[in-house]
Ligand binder design. Structure first.
Ligand code: DGJ
Length: 550
């Protein structure tokens, strides 16, 4: 794992976004948002990810509307919360539904992507016959117009928020890419595809094959050192071309915005799930083309996966490469949500964890959510809504410990284990059969159940008959040489000394309690029966002081 850090700040101090992303339409109405903010507070969230669309910011060309932005910022401030705005500009889920009317209607000036030559709209056979259109990544005028709108909006954000810093980051566009084909097929796109690949890109990729996913690595290692897209990239040429064009387009938008107001900027990703480019949006920042994005979009600080697939942790691992901090802008609200949040903070030292559509947390899933959240696999917990009380407890606790946690980011003093991962070894995702789910692919992996702090360790026992819950998690933070905070659920903890000179240990003190504004407030002093077994059958936090001896 390379990078473990947060990119967000509050008053110059690191900020861990214990966040939620609202449903797409909710942030268009501040009155509607009142209830949503309230829900977010009940869930202990400290940050909301809120869409802000081009169509509402620039309803007529050159006329800008910032009233909605100001109201949302004011609502966050009233509650002491933060915002990461999501700029829904040229792209939203590989489509262009958030472009303003004057952009949508002027197809000559703002061309649509030609998935099929000469056609502005296509039927996606492999996507239930859905009809599909999006703006072209070759559209110079579109890129200029999106950049202009974004820059004006960023200027406004600077004016109204630079001092208070309620807005801590920006996601530029939303799930970019092209569906239907791996690249556009207009005459202009065909001509560009036949040209030579920019030499800087080829040289960069040839020098950065270490981090690459196997398919891209093989293609780049085998490909020419100079030449056309086909010559350099072989079988992945069309996707590489789309990635380079889209990343360059997004870079122009992001760089101009950053030049007026420097905020951390991210892009989110519709994952590839082992399909062909074009089934998932081709050219979006999937792990396979991250190195291309890194080269072409240097203003982007974070590549952020939207994770709804059951192999959550493998995606997190993939997105830690190239010093990329972990930001999860979207994930499911089923009952792994709380343990995954704790684990993401404790293990990946994540900058942001945000369930999507958290407004629905705790409600039974409808068919669409069920599909989205992976209900078609065998694990019943993927079908069970998250308990909202437990989520709120975890979120509030992590928030109240934020200073301590952030001070340990990037060090081995903060670790976590999770039941969900305990039975899994890294697997080849392409070998995953969605019909069979994870069953049969699980193997015990002892490395996933032990946390070592120098020579002192904690083995965590989960998934046992005594505690039948399968959503266990345990986060340990070492405050000083002999003092630990242990946040856990559905697990039993066995501390041990691995120091050959001092193989024994005693508990000096054990307290239950909580953090209030960063300070530990002790509750009961635990001893006797209560300290004989360190067991969590519900969420709790303990402070443990130990002593090792010969
Ligand atoms: C991913 C998108 O980024 C979100 O805006 C939303 O559309 C979800 N998918 C699905 O509801």
């Amino acid at each position: 794992m390379s990078s473990q850090r947060t990119i967000y700040t509050n008053n110059g101090k690191p900020w861990i976004a214990i966040a939620g992303e609202v449903h797409n339409s909710n942030s268009s109405d501040p009155a509607y948002m009142e209830g949503v903010w309230e829900q977010a507070q009940k869930l202990g969230m400290n940050t909301l990810l809120l869409p802000m669309s081009w169509e509402l910011v620039e309803p007529e060309e050159g006329r800008f509307e910032f009233g909605l932005t100001d109201k949302l910022v004011a609502q966050a401030r009233e509650r002491g919360m933060k915002i990461v705005f999501l700029w829904f500009g040229t792209w939203k889920n590989a489509g262009c539904m958030y472009a303003p009317e004057w952009v949508k209607k002027d197809l000559a000036r703002f061309p649509r992507a030609q998935v099929v030559k000469g056609k502005n709209k296509t039927t996606l056979e492999k996507f239930y016959g859905m009809s599909y259109t999006t703006l072209s990544y070759m559209g110079e005028e579109t890129n200029r117009a999106d950049t202009k709108a974004f820059t004006e909006w960023m200027k406004h954000l600077k004016e109204v928020d630079e001092k208070e810093h309620t807005v801590i980051g920006i996601q530029v566009e939303n799930e970019t890419g092209l569906q239907g084909e791996a690249r556009e097929h207009s005459d202009e796109a065909d001509a560009a595809f036949a040209e030579a690949v920019p030499q800087g890109l080829v040289d960069y990729l040839k020098a950065h094959t270490d981090s690459m996913e196997p398919e891209m690595k093989a293609a780049v290692e085998k490909g020419a050192s100079a030449g056309t897209w086909d010559e350099v990239f072989g079988p992945v040429a069309e996707e590489a071309f789309s990635a380079y064009k889209i990343a360059s387009y997004v870079e122009r938008v992001a760089a101009a915005g950053k030049a007026v107001y420097e905020l951390p900027m991210s892009v989110n990703c519709w994952l590839d799930k082992g399909d062909a480019a074009g089934i998932y949006p081709s050219g979006g920042p999937v792990a396979k083309v991250m190195e291309i994005w890194k080269y072409a979009a240097p203003s982007i600080d974070v590549f952020a996966p939207d994770i709804y697939v059951p192999y959550f942790h493998q995606i997190c691992d993939q997105y830690m490469k190239m010093d990329n901090p972990l930001v999860i802008p979207e994930t499911a609200v089923h009952s792994y949500a709380a343990p995954r949040m704790v684990y993401c903070v404790g293990h990946y030292h994540a900058a942001c964890f945000a369930p999507f559509g958290f407004e629905d947390m705790g409600q039974p899933f409808n068919a669409v959510q069920g599909y989205l959240f992976g209900m078609d696999v065998t694990d019943p917990l993927l079908q069970t809504p998250q308990d909202v009380e437990e989520y709120g407890w975890c979120a509030r606790t992590l928030h109240s410990m934020m200073d301590l946690l952030a001070s340990k980011y990037g060090t081995k003093d903060l670790q976590a284990v999770i039941s969900e991962k305990m039975d899994m070894t890294p697997m080849d995702m392409s070998a995953m059969d969605p019909a069979k789910g994870l069953a049969g692919m699980m193997k015990s992996n002892p490395e996933n159940d032990t946390m070592m702090f120098g020579t002192f360790g904690f083995k965590v026992i989960m998934n046992m008959p005594m505690i039948p819950r399968k959503d266990g998690v345990c986060l340990v933070v070492r405050e000083s040489e002999d003092t630990y905070y242990i946040l856990g659920n559905a697990c039993m903890i066995a501390p041990f000394s691995a120091d050959p000179a001092k193989p024994n240990y005693d508990i000096i003190s054990l307290e239950e309690g909580c953090f209030e504004n960063g300070e530990w407030k002790a509750g009961r002093r635990l001893n006797g029966d209560e300290s004989a077994r360190l067991t969590f059958d519900e969420y709790g936090i303990l402070k443990l002081k130990v002593f090792t001896y010969e």
